[in-house]
Write a protein that binds this ligand. Sequence first.
Ligand SMILES: Cc1ncc(C[n+]2csc(CCOP(=O)(O)OP(=O)(O)O)c2C)c(N)n1
Length: 360
Amino acid sequence: MSIIECAMGAFQIISLDGSADEEHLPELSTSQMLKMYRDMVLARRLDSWLMRLQRMGRVAIHAPSEGQEAAMVGSAHALETEDWVFPSYREMPVYIARGVPISELLNRQFSNEEDPLHGHDMAVYGSRRYQIIPAPVPVGMQIPMAVGFAMAAKYRGEKAVAITYFGDGATSKGDFHEALNFAGVFKAPVVFFCQNNQYAISCPYSRQTATKTIAEKAVAYGFEGVWVDGNDILACYSATKRAIEKARRGEGPTLIEAFTYRLGPHTTADDPSRYREQAEVEKWREKDPIARFKRFLVRRGLWSEEDDAKLYEEIEEDIKREIEQAERKQPLRPDVIFADVYGSEPWHLAEERDELSRLI
Ligand SMILES: Cc1ncc(C[n+]2csc(CCOP(=O)(O)OP(=O)(O)O)c2C)c(N)n1
């Protein structure tokens, strides 16, 4: 899909009723599609648990992904293990699709002794093993980082592609424009994946930019922009697969805009009723990406209500068990804040660490 087609409407494969555009169906086996569906449901249920755990004071903060699962799970399934992910703070469904066990995500959320990030950063994940960079707190900073990584991979002759996730708000940052400009000039093997969820906290899309789409901004940097229905998992998968393959062939970057909606608050520290109408949220609930993919699978005889009930039950049990285990582990020692900062610790920090250890 080029920017010209983009002017006609977002790329879509699955309609709201679950019927599909057969001509554009991606080559996916039944087991791959069912795994994608499972990842979406797992992400949704874990998200709902984390919201409630935060309200109970058991985890510190959470940035929910409800409503955006198709964009995240669909795009992440298009990656190969050699590729690297440069996320924002909202990408838990990407981690799940990348194969990160929920036990690891929960150790992180509870900041227990097995927290892979040792309490550093916000409650966001990162992992060398799964090739996921920890999300930076300043909005959009991961975008130029992904381009730098992609250029390094290109110079070294490696086949890895970088994908970076960010929101509509991040496209107003200089980081976004500088990164896209550089990537266009030097044909960096990178995919820019913008989830336009209509809001940057309370700032609506209409106040973010004067262009109809984010995708069309790619034209100014000399590469392709793709406008995709972000609530359609197969469209998100196909658009990303195509962009990743193109980047791997050395044909440069793509900007994908997944047009979607954040159904929940920005984070657990936000009250969206202050800036948007509930009717708008309800309208978007009708486009729920999980319900849509389920309708598609049921229509094709690949899934049933009984399968669905069993899946939800299994997932609920898994999550409850993992929460119990993560919560039972020891908390992090406070002096862990001194770890992982310097290769060799400067004397003044060593002194501070010793003092803290004595106090503990
Ligand atoms: C440079 C910077 N400015 C402001 C903030 C505060 N902030 C955190 S998230 C956010 C909104 C980002 O919106 P968007 O990029 O659309 O992503 P979304 O949260 O919708 O996924 C803002 C303004 C920040 N973290 N960094």
